[in-house]
Design a binder for this molecule. Structure first.
Ligand code: KPL
Length: 296
């Protein structure tokens, strides 16, 4: 059996563990002596036991096939750094919100990193339990497939071929897929987090001018980067806000829990790209500053 190390056993990490547990032996690095892993996953009122275990970082067997990174984007560097030089033959798969950590990890592990973008919904309801809140799919791809080593491509192939409860699909255009998610997050997350509202509240008339201005800035930055976003990004944002109307965005949840948000990997990334291309991004800057001011 192959072995996978999961760095970031939160809601999405747990969901992917549920999918992978039939084909991988799963290990999670232990950070604290009082740390626990969720023991069950709830999907459509059925309970599924989770088969994974914690291991002290120094005790982890170096024969790891896959390192799955599912931390918050703000934690990627800190959480992965102790392991970057440990698993020589491993493929890395990073699945987190925003952009920036993916590029950073790919520079650390050239040719070995797969990127993933998921529309699955999951919520950790207690220290023991994770709830699968919404069915989606997980796209896996290589931002620069021509630079990927053969083990990495084989692993991608293998992951997308394995049967399991989730849908994992190969995406030739994973970079575009991540940009699309980034664009939606840049419109929805800071506004909902700052105003303390659910996603659907953004459909109110008084938010439309702001959403439109943000979409225009994001589209201009993406176009300058050669990334094709939906022509009517605002309509797409509204569609997601409607579909997830009762959701509290991940940034709102982070803010409520006093955790660092993912603003750096969302607005921060777009501000940097805009700056490089000489594109004005005042609304993205405004929301970046507003969230930064309130972060712990
Ligand atoms: O991805 C999301 C998030 O909250 O991070 C959206 C699409 C906004 C759904 O809540």
């Amino acid at each position: 059996m192959k072995t996978a190390l999961i760095i970031g056993p939160g809601a999405i990490g747990t969901l992917l563990a549920w999918h992978l547990q039939n084909s991988f032996s799963l290990v999670v690095p232990q950070h604290r002596s009082d740390q626990f892993l969720p023991i069950r996953l709830l999907d459509q009122e059925q309970e599924y036991p989770l088969n994974w275990h914690l291991s002290k970082p120094d005790d982890i067997n170096p024969d790891i096939d896959l390192v799955l990174v599912t931390t918050k984007s703000s934690m990627v560097r800190t959480a992965t750094s102790p392991f970057l030089h440990r698993f020589q033959g491993a493929t890395w798969l990073i699945c987190c919100n925003g952009m920036g950590p993916q590029q950073w990890l790919s520079e650390q592990q050239p040719g070995r990193v797969l990127w993933a973008s998921t529309t699955e919904g999951a919520l950790q309801t207690s220290s023991q339990e994770v709830l699968h809140t919404g069915r989606g799919e997980t796209l896996i791809g290589c931002a620069q497939a021509e630079l990927a080593n053969s083990d990495c491509l084989q692993m991608a192939h293998w992951l997308t071929e394995q049967s399991g409860p989730l849908t994992l699909r190969w995406a030739d255009d994973i970079n575009t897929q991540l940009w699309r998610k980034l664009a939606i997050n840049a419109a929805i997350n800071p506004l909902t987090a700052h105003a303390g509202i659910c996603n659907g509240d953004l459909l109110a008339p008084h938010w439309q001018a702001e959403l439109s201005a943000i979409c225009a800035e994001v589209s201009a930055v993406a176009a300058a980067q050669g990334v094709q976003l939906p022509v009517n990004l605002l309509a797409q944002v509204r569609e997601v806000a409607e579909r997830t109307a009762h959701n509290r965005s991940s940034m709102l949840q982070d803010m409520d829990k006093g955790r660092p948000t993912e603003i750096e990997a969302i607005n921060g990334f777009l501000l940097d790209r805009g700056h490089e291309q000489g594109i004005a991004t005042p609304r993205l800057r405004n929301w970046y500053d507003a969230i930064k001011k309130r972060e712990p």
